[in-house]
Design a protein around this ligand. Structure first.
Ligand code: GSH
Length: 218
């Protein structure tokens, strides 16, 4: 039995979604970023920086969503979600997997500034403006990376799981009407039965309390 350490609407959603695509069951251990439940001796034992996702499998524990996703798709080649060494799509596959963290790290910094400061008045409008501009430039980049319905011309892959998850944060910090192709793409991800099953298991998110977080005036 696998155990997934999970925070609703966080990067561990990638693993939750992939498990559903692969038809695999995992016990969910729910965590809270606000509650600091990964920053405990038990949390550091499964993830050295106290972060999610962490996946316990075969007596081992893995952290880093991209490494977990890659490991699972390698173990289940029949699902066709990897583009293995030698595949002509391998470079684009790897690029999208890793670019997904360029984008996610900006979302994380926006979350930190807008949502997680104990004293919100300490947030810097200049930093938020810069982060928002950088986030939007990753969205423009993401838009150019779509090869039709999915990231790769041959169809849905694990790269879409890494990449598509990020787009859940877009409406809070940017306007989807500026990125209609990405909005359509997220719609295709969300229409997948595995995504919907993952969403049912995801749990109540504790990040966003507003529909949109504008750049503050300065
Ligand atoms: N690159 C890592 C990032 C993991 C990460 O930062 N996860 C966030 C949630 S999306 C987290 O656990 N944050 C809690 C913290 O930093 O204390 C991955 O992809 O797994």
């Amino acid at each position: 039995m696998m155990r997934l350490h999970h925070v609703p609407m966080s990067r561990s959603f990638r693993v939750l979604w992939l498990l559903e695509e692969l038809g695999l069951e995992a016990e969910l251990v729910m965590h809270s970023i606000r509650g600091g439940t990964m920053h405990t001796p038990e949390g550091y034992a499964v993830s050295p920086a106290g972060r999610v996702p962490a996946l316990e499998l075969d007596g081992e524990t893995m952290f880093e969503s991209g490494a977990i996703v890659q490991t699972l798709v390698e173990r289940h080649p029949d699902a066709g979600l990897e583009r293995a060494v030698g595949d002509t799509e391998r470079p684009a596959y790897l690029q999208a997997m890793w670019f997904s963290e360029t984008m996610a790290s900006l979302i994380e910094q926006l979350n930190m500034n807008h949502l997680f400061l104990r004293d919100p008045s300490l947030a810097s409008p200049v930093v938020i403006k810069l982060l928002t501009a950088r986030f939007k430039s990753t969205l423009r980049g993401a838009d150019t990376m779509l090869a039709g319905d999915w990231v790769l011309p041959s169809g849905f892959s694990a790269a879409d799981i890494m990449f598509g998850f990020n787009l859940r944060a877009v409406p809070y910090y940017a306007r989807f009407d500026e990125f209609p192709r990405l909005q359509g793409y997220l719609g295709r991800c969300a229409a997948r039965p595995a995504y919907q099953r993952a969403l049912e298991k995801d749990g109540e998110q504790e990040f966003y309390t507003k529909d949109f977080y504008p750049v503050p005036e300065h």
